[in-house]
Every structure is written in structure tokens, then in C-alpha cells.
Design a protein around this ligand. Structure first.
Ligand code: NAD
Length: 453
């Protein structure tokens, strides 16, 4: 199996995490980004006991689920005992007055949260039918978790699971989202929410090889984030078809060989791209289960200076090709066994970015497409979601001039750029069986970038 890649850390983060550099940064009050804990085989889910805060039956049910995963669970904080995570269960919230008790309990526990610790809330999604007090209380959780994420230090994160509709607090879908947020797989996901809109699959997941025997296609797999996605899906057990343009053929072959997958040279803007992928998958594996739309390009220009070639090529690669390929996949009987589609959007598609009207149009377009495609996937027991990366350390971002790059990578709560593997881990979560019931989500992998939500 593919070896774990060396993490590309920025020099500044290395410097302020050792010896003189650490002391100097502390004295000068400079940012001190933590070295984030990332997934490694066999490592514990969290580093230390998990404190479950909340007094509902739901809180007891979550504690029971965590025990069944072999976790060390506490229902009350033990003075001076370090904890690896705090899970805040607020499934019965009906009024903002009910927040202070559990929140102050969490606040007191934060002093004993280990490095790279986790705080995860589980609460109900506000809905139009809620009484005003209930809606206020439920929506308050949004503000709490996004603020807490900005307060935590030392690589710790705060994220939330939202229960949509009648989803049970200990439904497989909700627990899978909780597990993702607790784990090192979500290292660069901070201040975000995942919505579990239905209970999901009751089958017991294989947490070590969650994609065993599933067949996945990854576009733009020759380098950068796409190569990391291909490696991560293969690590999790999938048979991977790596797609990229013929000009990237050598690099594509190298990635495919490394992960014992297959390479398919293809320009995804070709009319027959979907059919070519389906043929390749059907011939080799008899089916296609997971589609990752990762290939993407930028052709930046202020709108005042935009030309048709720049505009059209970005729309064609980043959204037009995805729409056309999805039509082909959804018409195929080979893509019918609780399939998964995961698209790569961008924080530019959420918050906008100067010089990127074309790119932001395509990436916001991806978000619209994901939401409207969800019912079509649901008919086959499938899901469709998107990840929206922020600043990720890739060849693309390495080309940004030094000063701009340095500012861009620090402008988030974790004060550093993410790794391609961080995006890949979120995609692998959406690709997994355990995430059934988690659909139409747009998950930012951005360390809680200060732009946008
Ligand atoms: P990259 O340029 O390193 O890799 C993109 C890959 O897509 C390349 O191998 C390229 O050959 C391939 N590709 C481009 N056009 C194609 C086509 N028509 N057909 C087939 N393959 C094609 O980019 P990256 O940084 O790894 O980004 C991957 C995705 O993540 C893109 O969708 C990008 O918009 C998105 N993204 C990246 C960042 C970041 O910080 N790097 C942030 C947000 C979103």
C-alpha cells in the first residue's frame, strides 16, 4: 500500500515549534501554529479520555456509542485530568436560557484539553417549523462553535454535527460525522458543521478500511490534491481509476502504479468523458461506486480585463464537465449501488476572491449542482457532497508571491496552510459507507479561514 507522504510543512511553522524560535515567537507575540496531528494507521481516535457533556437521553446514547468504539468516556470532568475531546450533546435545546449550564461546563473543561484536542457539538438543525425560542437556541450553537474554534489553540478544533429532520442523535450517520470530527482525519477542518439528514446505514462500518472493494474515479489525479485523494482512497481500500489529461500521462501513470490502480488519460471536457470513465470502470471492475470531481483550473483576471478564453475554459473544466459527466453516470446501471459523488469546490466559491469571478462562478456553481443533485442520488441510496478547500500547500499555491502567500496561509484559526491530504481525508469520509445519510453538505477544509463563513 502507498506509503504515508511526507507532510509539506512551511518553514515558519517548523521554526516556531522548536528551541530558540519557539521562545522568540512567544516573547514577540508572533503566531505559533501548532504541528497538527494527522491520521496514521493504528493511532488512537483521540489522545485521552472523551468528556460527554449534556444531560439528555441523547447524551447517554452518545456516551454508550463512544464506549462501543473502545473509547475512555467521562460523564463528568475529573479535576486536573487531561481530556482528548469534549462532546457537547444539545439535542433537546428549546430555549437560549438552556445554553449556559452545558456551555460553562465545557468552558471549565477546556483548560484540561490536550494538544490537538477536539470539541464537537451535536444539536438539531434549526427549521422553519421551530418555535422562535427553539430556533434561536438551535441557531445559537452555530455562533458558539464558530467562536470557540477561534479561541482554541495548540491544534485543537471545534466543529458540530447537525441533526436534520428526525435523525436520531445516535444514528449511524450522526455518529460517523462525530467520529470524523474527533479523528485526526479532520486536522484542518475547524469551525464547521456536517448535517446528517437521515439515519443512514445500520451496517457496522470497517473503520480501518472503510472503502474496501469500492471502485472510485478521481479526476485531476496526476498531482496536487487529486494525487493525495487517489492515495487516500486506495489506502482506505478502494480500487482507484486515476484520470488526467494526456500531457500529464507520466505523472498519472506513476500515481496509478504506486496505489495499484489504473490510469485513464482523458480531458474531462470531452463530450464522451463520462462514457469513457464508465467503460473503463465496467471493463475492469464491473461497476463504479465513487466519483471524485477534483480536476480544476484557474485563469485569473479582473472582470474588467477578462477575455472569453479565460472565462469559458474555467467554466468548462470546473463545472461544465462535472454536469455532463454526472448525467452520464446517473443514466448508467453500473453506477447504482449506493453511489457517491464528491466535488471539489473552493472557499473562493463561498466568499469570492478578487480576480476570480470566473473561478468563483464555477466553484459556487459546484455548490448549486451538489444541492440539486442530492435527490437524484438519494433515489439510488447514494449521496453527493462537496469539500471547499481554503489555502492548501500545493504547487499551485507555492507560485503565489512570498508576502501574499505568507498572509494567505496564516489567515485562519490554525494559522497555517492545509495539506492536500487534509482535503483527501474529508473526501474519503464522504466516500465511505458510514456517511450514508450525510448528503448535500459543503464542508470547508480551510482551518476556519477568516473569509466567508
Ligand atoms: P493542480 O493544478 O495541482 O492539479 C489539477 C489537476 O487537474 C492537474 O493534474 C491537471 O492536469 C488536471 N486537469 C486540469 N484540467 C483537466 C482536464 N480538462 N481534464 C483532466 N484533468 C485536468 O491543482 P490542485 O491545487 O491540486 O487543485 C485541485 C482542485 O482543488 C481544483 O479543483 C482546485 O480548484 C481546488 N482547490 C485548490 C486549492 C489550493 O489551495 N490548492 C484551494 C481550493 C480549491
Amino acid at each position: 500500500m502507498a506509503a504515508q507522504r511526507k507532510v509539506r510543512s512551511d518553514k515558519y511553522t517548523e521554526l516556531v515549534n522548536a528551541g530558540l524560535g519557539r521562545d522568540l515567537a512567544k516573547r514577540l507575540g508572533l503566531p505559533q501554529p501548532a504541528v497538527l496531528r494527522r491520521w496514521t494507521p493504528g493511532a488512537p481516535l483521540v489522545q485521552g479520555p472523551i468528556l460527554v457533556v449534556g444531560h439528555s437521553d441523547g447524551a447517554d446514547a452518545v456516551a454508550t456509542a463512544l464506549l462501543s468504539w473502545g473509547q475512555d468516556v467521562r460523564r463528568h470532568a475529573t479535576p486536573k485530568e487531561k481530556v482528548g475531546a469534549v462532546v457537547l450533546v444539545l439535542d433537546e435545546l428549546a430555549h437560549p436560557d438552556q445554553l449556559s449550564g452545558p456551555l460553562l461546563e465545557v468552558g471549565a473543561a477546556l483548560r484540561d484539553l490536550n494538544r490537538n484536542g477536539r470539541v464537537v457539538s451535536i444539536s438539531r438543525q434549526p427549521g422553519a417549523g421551530d418555535a422562535p425560542e427553539t430556533a434561536a437556541a438551535r441557531n445559537a450553537v452555530d455562533g458558539i462553535m464558530r467562536s470557540l474554534a477561534k479561541e482554541l489553540r495548540a491544534g485543537a478544533t471545534a466543529n458540530g454535527v447537525l441533526l436534520g429532520g428526525g435523525t436520531a442523535v445516535n444514528a449511524p450517520s450522526a455518529l460517523s460525522a462525530l467520529r470524523f470530527f474527533l479523528s485526526a482525519r479532520s486536522a484542518f477542518v475547524d469551525g464547521q458543521f456536517l448535517t446528517a439528514s437521515s439515519d443512514g446505514s445500520p451496517a457496522t462500518p470497517d473503520w480501518d478500511r472503510p472503502l474496501d472493494a469500492r471502485v472510485a474515479v478521481v479526476t485531476g489525479a496526476a498531482r496536487g490534491i487529486g494525487a493525495a485523494i487517489a492515495r487516500t482512497l486506495a489506502r482506505d481500500g478502494a480500487k482507484v481509476i486515476a484520470v488526467d489529461v494526456p500531457a500529464a500521462g507520466d505523472r498519472l501513470a506513476a500515481v496509478a502504479n504506486e496505489i495499484h490502480g489504473t490510469a485513464l488519460q482523458l480531458d474531462i471536457t470531452a463530450t464522451e468523458a463520462g462514457a469513457r470513465i464508465l467503460d473503463h470502470a465496467a471493463q475492469r471492475h464491473g461497476r463504479l461506486d465513487i466519483v471524485v470531481h477534483n480536476a480544476g483550473i484557474t485563469r485569473d483576471r479582473l472582470l474588467a480585463n477578462m477575455d472569453p478564453a479565460r472565462w469559458d475554459s474555467v467554466i468548462a473544466v470546473n463545472i461544465g464537465a462535472q454536469l455532463r459527466m454526472n448525467q452520464a453516470f446517473l443514466a448508467s446501471s453500473h453506477f447504482a449501488d449506493h453511489p457517491r459523488i464528491i466535488s471539489v469546490s473552493s472557499t473562493s466559491g463561498i466568499a469570492g476572491n478578487r480576480g476570480q469571478t470566473n473561478y468563483a462562478a464555477s466553484k459556487a456553481g459546484v455548490i448549486g449542482m451538489v444541492r440539486s443533485t442530492a435527490p437524484l442520488l438519494a433515489e439510488r441510496g447514494g449521496t453527493v457532497n462537496a469539500v471547499a478547500p481554503g489555502f492548501i500547500e500545493t504547487a499551485m499555491t507555492a507560485k503565489i508571491p512570498f508576502a501574499t502567500r505568507e498572509v494567505a496561509r496564516r489567515l485562519n484559526s490554525l494559522q497555517q496552510g492545509g495539506q492536500p491530504e487534509d482535503v483527501a481525508e474529508a473526501i474519503a469520509y464522504f466516500a465511505s459507507e458510514a456517511s450514508a445519510g450525510v448528503t448535500a453538505n459543503i464542508l470547508r477544509v480551510c482551518g476556519q479561514n477568516l473569509v466567508g463563513q
